[in-house]
Design a protein around this ligand. Sequence first.
Ligand code: PLP
Length: 391
Amino acid sequence: MNDGLDPFDRASLIAAHDEVNAFDAVVPPIVQTSLFTFKDYDEMIAAYRGERVRPIYTRGLNPTVRMFEEMLARLEGAEDAIGFASGMSAISSTVLSFVEPGDRIVAVKHVYPDAFRLFGTHLKRMRIDITYVDGRDGEAVEKALPGAKLFYMESPTSWVMDTHDVGALTALAKAEGILTIIDNSWASPVFQQPIALGVDLVIHSASKYLGGHSDVVAGVVAGSKELIGRIRSEAYPYLGGKLSPFDAWLLIRGLRTLPIRMKAHERSALAIARRLQEHPLVEIVCHPGLGNHLPPGLSGTSGLFSFIFCEDVDVRRFADHLQIFKLGVSWGGHESLVVPGEIVLAQKAEPNSAVAFGISPRSVRLHVGLEGTEALWSDLEAAIGAASQKG
Ligand SMILES: *Cc1c(COP(=O)(O)O)cnc(C)c1O
């Protein structure tokens, strides 16, 4: 969609123009129903034959879910979108819509750990091969692509926050006729619109920034009518990972404030990342905004990043000393969170998971929420101080 608006303006406009406007309510109603009834036989058979598009059963079509899908499609500049019960459901249903036994997927390394696990378990059992490449190395990507069915990207990647030239990598895949998919949860459509960069399908864990309040688990995929239609016709009804009307309603609420939340996360996280970078007890900060420029296609940075402590910091004491930052997985809500890398590595006994995920025992991931930046920094500084004292 090229309406000449920047994503920030477009999101504000969409928020102001809801399509469902029952009783002139400013907030749309939740169509919280499993099924829809028909006035007679003819109306029912017309719906089943597809002569009239109308809701029949909520696993197929629900107006509240549809409203969220349309809002998200417009934000991503896509023709269509489809909601799911979780980000992982969006990922698995999308990938399974386009691969068959014997196919190969090329993925950038350090993708979201559970996507990595999906590729290594279910897909492997279906005889679908996976090749990981360093997305920063265009030549390596070009070499890996020929013969693949699908190219799966994430930029920035989980934990290490590697960024890629998404448009350039997509062009390489397109030249080989390979379908491209990106997980855009980190940047959100406010800071990165992969459809405009040529990517075919854009996935979100809507549990993160789209929801924004840590009260919903959901996913969504945006793309062309044709590709979304393929997901909608098979993987969606039969794998059944349906987004619920209430969760869709929470997401509609979340989208209204997405642009201002993203700007606030960006400002605060960058300020904190810069101070951590100066801190003598911090070895490396992995935040895409610390370099001289952002990669092409990424116009801003969000609140999630990681860093690695120097050797003489006790990560356990650091974590236990924090007051405002809470120990908790996930991210994208109003609250600041911390996850020590060692905890992720402890989750499952997997060979090479540290290398696969790019996590070291001294790495820590922060989500900088919407609290005051100075209060957050004082919290971190005090915790680092406490964790560096011997004894
Ligand atoms: C959380 C997350 C997912 C999975 O989403 P769920 O909603 O938890 O299923 C996928 N990708 C990324 C980058 C994530 O952070």
